[in-house]
Design a protein. Sequence first.
Length: 392
Amino acid sequence: MAFVSEWFWFFLFLPIAAICGWIIGRRGGQRHGENQVSRLSSTYFRGLNYLLNEQPDKAIELFLHIAELDKETFETQVALGHLFRRRGEVDRAIRLHQGLVHRTDLNDQQRVQALLALGEDYMKSGLLDRAETVFTELAQIDQRAPQALKHLIGIYQAERDWEKAIDNASRYEEVSGEPMGKLIAQFECELADRHRGAGNNVQAREAIARAYQADAMSVRAGILEGRLEGDAGNAEAAVRAFERAARNDPDYLPEILPKLLENYRKVGDMGGARAFLSEMTEHYRGIAPVLALTRLVEEQEGVAPARAYLGSQLKDRPSVRGESALIELTLADGADPTATLHDLKHITEQLLVRNPAYRCTRCGFGARTHHWQCPSCKEWGTVKPLLNFAVL
């Protein structure tokens, strides 16, 4: 870790050192202020020496000294402000960058750079209203300033001002060409959630429609639509919305299933529910659809068929929750537990094979065999047996 930290500091301050070196060379070429140049040159090379000898604290102080001696150079002052902010001295960074913004000798590009730095200072200090003012001004000065728009998106997210977040995300997409549909869909869903909570279902539906326009595969929009339609008594529409969400991303199936099955029951189409769950078992490797289908089989055909179905599925997808359900069905059936015990033994062996027996205490890397050196973080002696692992 010490080695990584030292090189981090080296690469962090190397650009500042380079800027200082360029300034020294330029001024030396013009033969202006030879005594000052000599002092800067000496300090600059001492700072580089500290960096190379892995003494970042001393290097920081020297580069601060260089920037103080050279107050008229814009690049040096910006670098100094960034350094103040990184050190946690945000008030000093704000004062310095405010001074740069008010300078009359800056060109448009330098003014944009100074405003960006000042806005970032305000954000770092939690002064979001001032940061918003700065970045709004910057976006008006230069419509191609995606960094300012991105900062504004972050501010409006923090303030939960979703309309402004959507507006700035759309502008950012126009300016940068970076797709923002998924993010805009999330903002629209936040609006839909707000309207739904206030009982404004018309506005909620409009926000959901806009979310689909931004991201046709939005799972969150589908879940919101399903809940909205279910609350309104439109069970068939709710089923369609929930199914759409599950097909768009089966990983959200455990979140979707309870309300989906509830609305299937309201429609009275449990055959459709079984068909959908069977479809999902082909696309989702988790246990949720298997357990839901097991319960439906138990309701419609009895305990024994449900136990047989669950036992066969668990051989392919072992699960602790599945084991618990299988034991429960066996006890409810009152049948000979021998077959279930054989199934449980096979399932447990599968779980043991899949789970790691060792874990690195430093980075969390899991392994099935022991390594004296962790393959992930490269530390020695940190990969240890898990507490429930034993060789007999």
